[in-house]
Design a binder for this molecule. Structure first.
Ligand SMILES: Nc1ncnc2c1ncn2[C@@H]1O[C@H](COP(=O)(O)OP(=O)(O)OP(=O)(O)O)[C@@H](O)[C@H]1O
Ligand SMILES: O=P(O)(O)OC[C@H]1O[C@H](OP(=O)(O)OP(=O)(O)O)[C@H](O)[C@@H]1O
Ligand SMILES: [Mg+2]
Length: 282
């Protein structure tokens, strides 16, 4: 049985379960369930605090886990990223009241409040900055108003929390994060079960970001049309009953689909359709 850690709360929890459900795995029906067995797929899911997942995976007690890249780095645990999942995106940044500091170079002697002590301590050490770090569990933005710190380092998604607290980001982003799949560091070649799990998630990623495009075009325009829709491997081209015409089928990035349809139409292609992909194995 493959043992997989899944976030039980917070920003990653819902999207992670939704992705696993889309990949055909059984997921918990209510948030109090801590373990779910999926006998058909021979997988056991453990719902754990996202911050703890890297520690469990590094210990080798669980095979793989879904967590945030920032949480993995902060933990310092012996685990490594094997697949990025394209949700839970955020940046990790310093912020302060206007006029306090222009960037990390001004932090000497100041106190920085954060829930991600591991990332901040390492970043300061790498830059040779002598500042103190105070650990807070959340609502870090308020630490400045209450005088516990002059600087904060926190997750920024929309920036609303910072704006509401009258703070502004300073310096370059410390890192960019998203949800990832992790495994124990140096675990060797992935088992066939892990490989199958990763293929399923990759299938969801592709199904979410591509559409299938079909169209008819004149044979003499085929090369130009195929340049617009190269597909992942190569498009399928079939003859039409109408001589001199072909039907083309290729996967295209969903975000580009409308522009590609316009360009194909300009080229003389007709009956241009897109359909959603529900599942896929590359
Ligand atoms: N708006 C956001 N707030 C916090 N974390 C976010 C946000 N968007 C994405 N994330 C990512 O979610 C992970 C943090 O999840 P975690 O559950 O620890 O905190 P949370 O979502 O703030 O939940 P809570 O504070 O309610 O426990 C990190 O990988 C972080 O980058
Ligand atoms: O840029 P934004 O879209 O505002 O998102 C980022 C904010 O969301 C999270 O806080 P959360 O609401 O989880 O509260 P917490 O600080 O108690 O964790 C995070 O710690 C930031 O404060
Ligand atoms: Mg939070």
């Amino acid at each position: 049985m493959l043992r997989i850690a899944v976030p039980n709360k917070g920003s990653l929890s819902g999207p992670a379960s939704a992705m696993l459900h889309e990949a055909g795995y059984r997921q918990r029906k209510e948030s109090k369930e801590l373990v779910v067995i999926d006998p058909d797929n021979e997988v056991e899911f453990f719902y754990l605090r996202p911050k703890d997942i890297a520690i469990y995976v590094a210990s080798g007690k669980l095979d793989i886990g879904i967590t945030g890249r920032d949480l993995l780095l902060d933990s310092g645990a012996g685990a490594e990223e094997i697949l990025a999942l394209n949700f839970g995106r955020s940046t990790f940044r310093y912020a302060t009241r206007p006029g306090t500091a222009a960037g990390p170079e001004d932090f000497g002697g100041m106190t920085i409040a954060t829930s991600y002590e591991g990332i901040v301590a390492k970043h300061l050490a790498d830059q040779g900055i002598d500042a103190s770090v105070v650990h807070l569990d959340g609502a870090v933005e308020t630490a400045i108003q209450l005088g516990v710190a002059q600087i904060i380092a926190d997750v920024v998604e929309t920036g609303t929390s910072l704006r509401n607290a009258g703070l502004e980001v300073i310096g370059e982003p410390i890192l960019k994060s998203e949800a990832i799949v992790i495994r124990r560091h140096g675990a060797g070649e992935e088992s066939p079960q892990v490989q199958q799990f990763l293929r399923r998630l990759q299938g969801v990623l592709v199904a979410r970001s591509y559409v299938m495009m079909d169209y008819d075009c004149r044979a003499e325009h085929l090369e130009q049309a195929v340049a617009l829709t190269p597909g992942l491997e190569s498009p399928t081209v079939s003859p039409l009953h109408n001589e001199g015409w072909v039907a083309v089928r290729a996967m295209v990035p969903a975000k580009d689909a409308q522009r590609i349809m316009d360009d194909l139409y300009e080229l003389g292609a007709r009956a241009i359709l897109t359909t959603a992909i529900h599942a896929c194995r590359l």
